[in-house]
Design a protein around this ligand. Sequence first.
Ligand code: PLP
Length: 345
Amino acid sequence: MGVHVHKQVKNKFGTKFDMWMYLQHYKNGVDWYGGEITTFKNLEVTPAAAVLHYGQSIFEGLKAYRNSDDKIFLFRPRDNLTRFNDSAKRMAMPQLDVETHLKIIVDLVIKNKSSIPVGREGALYIRPTLIATDDSLNVGASSSYSHYVITGPVASFFDNKEITCFVSTEHFRAVPGGVGNVKTAGNYAASYLVSEKAKSVNCDQVLWLDPRNRKNVEEVGAMNIFFAYSNGELKTPALSGSILPGITRDSVIQLARSEGVQVSEATLNIDNVIEDMKSGKIVEIFGTGTAASITSIGALEINGEKINVKPCTNSKLKVASHFKDRLLEIQYGEVSEKFDWAIEI
Ligand code: PLP
């Protein structure tokens, strides 16, 4: 029987949490232990806990989507859980078996089912997290950890409005060989100074350049970035080692290529990007990520100058909204797809 109740999610992203969470612990020489679904509760860590001092901490972000036939889907969850392990490895933390981790998430989502929004306005955000819990100020990998998963209903992140991005020419998010290509907590804290600066000049997000040349476009906020050209081509920065390999990024690349669109993963110099925006060669810019899906970027602000994207007037390409729609119809299990990305649970 179809579900017709329309629950609108109005809370600010990531501020409402469900009744049930998953929690387990790890100790060197013992392995994982004590795993259980429990009511959402505070963690007990000492003020000396390793995570609080040196930031040995990783996380993931994925969503469960529920459609009007009351079917629930995860989107490429194994990719998130594999990336979780890549993050754990980089931060010298223990990994989790992907299938075991997936089962934990499926059981938890089912337990919290009543809070999953119905339809495209919302989804259940799932946040697996791993923290170092040694009671020690020793600088070095912890010998004990806690892994937990919390969930909560979210609306789509940017309300479909076009955003303006502040190009950071002074501060950089990540370096090749560093940790920018994994999801460790410090990456985000380190970006706040610049996101506050962006807000102060009425920008919504930060566009990050590479630290070596201070020229090449990397990411935008917690999203990967795409440029649509008037000749139909899509360009996105090649994974440089300091860019997070987004699952939405990969999905857009695969979807576009399957439609015959030429997609280049390239080095994109900001000066050329600005030139191409001004000349009208670039007709759309958009960010991709789990939280925000696909978000159109209407303007860039660089060194005090605001440059607007000049939309293509003759052939309204509407690339961002096209791929957003393609992605959402797969995520909500509304269409059959050849990629096997949507996993019904
Ligand atoms: N870039 C950063 C820094 C992120 O935190 C995220 C979100 O996880 C992304 C890009 C987009 O990745 P995904 O599409 O896997 O959500």
